[in-house]
Design a protein around this ligand. Structure first.
Ligand SMILES: [Cu+2]
Length: 346
């Protein structure tokens, strides 16, 4: 019974991914392994699926200039996470004005010295070698400026590395040469692979060239997201500028990044660590959706939301014949005590 449900879910997922325009490649990869299960289920599924026929998850269209670079842009991309707003505020309101004023001031001093103290205008040079007042000012002022920059800077650093809260959604991101893998351990969704769309296909979909991906990373809005980032071969870097996210994907290491997305939409990033020949062709496409839509997407992938786990688990326990395997022996216990396992079976 449970097996049938699983097979049915797989068949549904396959059917749905076939409908999604961008999933053709991923489906081609998935189908050989899934084929036997799907075939087994077709007989019952074809009848049952007709009335249920849930629509394929409708992926959004990107909006020009949101979650992607804009022509003529001079500062960071528009931000869609609280940390991103803070960082962009720090850049636009503190660092940029400060460096502009300092540069203009130094340029002004330089021009003044060049003009006022040139040999023709000032034939007898001053022999002054000390001026206590000026020396105090030019020591203290830079110190104060650096302290002024350090305060928001350390604050931003702390925000970027704040540990994820308990209710965060965990997604594992793996960088490969040259594509990304996404896995949702909280939702029982195994890793799927995201490849770049061929440029003409991306343009056809209304997506930016070299940024569109065949399968997006789907994330809920308004809920903290904890990415666990690693690399499978060489060092990559997972980066989504609109969320102020950039974290190295290092083989043998798990890096963590927490952020909250504020608005649904499509957001793009690229691998940001030189990782080989096709480094420039492993984009990151994020589909940010409402929590309800996220739950819906999880279902289309054959996953579960934490809330509906008990409902799924109950029939499984009931279906297990009591005489064959005691339902009270959890899988972990079997694994931990292999010596005992044969005894309970016979
Ligand atoms: Cu890379």
């Amino acid at each position: 019974m449970n097996k049938r449900i699983n097979a049915f879910m797989m068949a549904m997922a396959l059917g749905l991914s076939a409908l999604a325009p961008s999933a053709a490649m991923a489906q081609a990869e998935a189908s050989p392994a899934a084929a036997p299960a799907a075939a087994e289920a077709t007989a019952e599924a074809s009848n049952a699926a007709a009335p249920a026929a849930a629509p394929a998850f409708d992926y959004s269209k990107p909006v020009d200039g949101i979650g992607q670079p804009k022509p003529g842009e001079t500062t960071f991309q528009e931000q869609f996470s609280p940390t991103g707003h803070y960082a962009r505020w720090m850049h636009d309101s503190i660092l940029l004005p400060l460096i502009t004023v300092i540069s203009l001031f130094v340029l002004g001093l330089l021009l003044w010295v060049i003009v006022r103290y040139r040999r023709a205008a000032n034939p007898v040079a001053s022999r002054t070698s000390h001026n206590t007042a000026i020396e105090i000012v030019w020591t203290l002022l830079p110190v104060l400026i650096l302290i002024g920059v350090a305060i928001p800077s350390i604050d931003l650093l702390a925000k970027q590395f704040k540990p994820a809260p308990k209710d965060a959604l965990t997604v594992k991101v793996t960088g490969y040469q040259w594509y990304w893998g996404y896995e949702y351990p909280d939702n029982g969704i195994g890793e799927y692979v995201s490849n770049m769309l061929p440029p003409e296909k991306a343009l056809e979909n209304g997506e930016p060239r070299l940024l569109g991906a065949d399968r997006r990373l789907v994330l809920p809005v308004g809920r903290p997201i904890k990415l666990i980032i690693t690399g499978a071969d060489v060092i990559h870097s997972f980066s989504i500028p609109a969320f102020w996210v950039k974290e190295d994907a290092v083989p043998g290491r798990l890096n963590e990044k927490t952020f909250t997305i504020e608005k649904p939409g499509v957001y793009y990033g690229v691998c940001s660590e030189l990782c080989g020949a096709r480094h420039g062709f492993m984009p990151i496409a994020v589909e940010a959706v409402s929590p309800e839509k996220f739950a819906q997407w999880v279902k289309t992938q054959g996953g579960t939301m934490p809330g509906d786990k008990p409902a799924e688990a109950a029939p499984a326990v009931a279906a297990a014949p009591a005489a064959e395997a005691p339902a009270t022996v959890p899988a972990a216990a079997n694994a931990a005590a292999p010596a005992e396992a044969p005894a309970t079976k016979s």
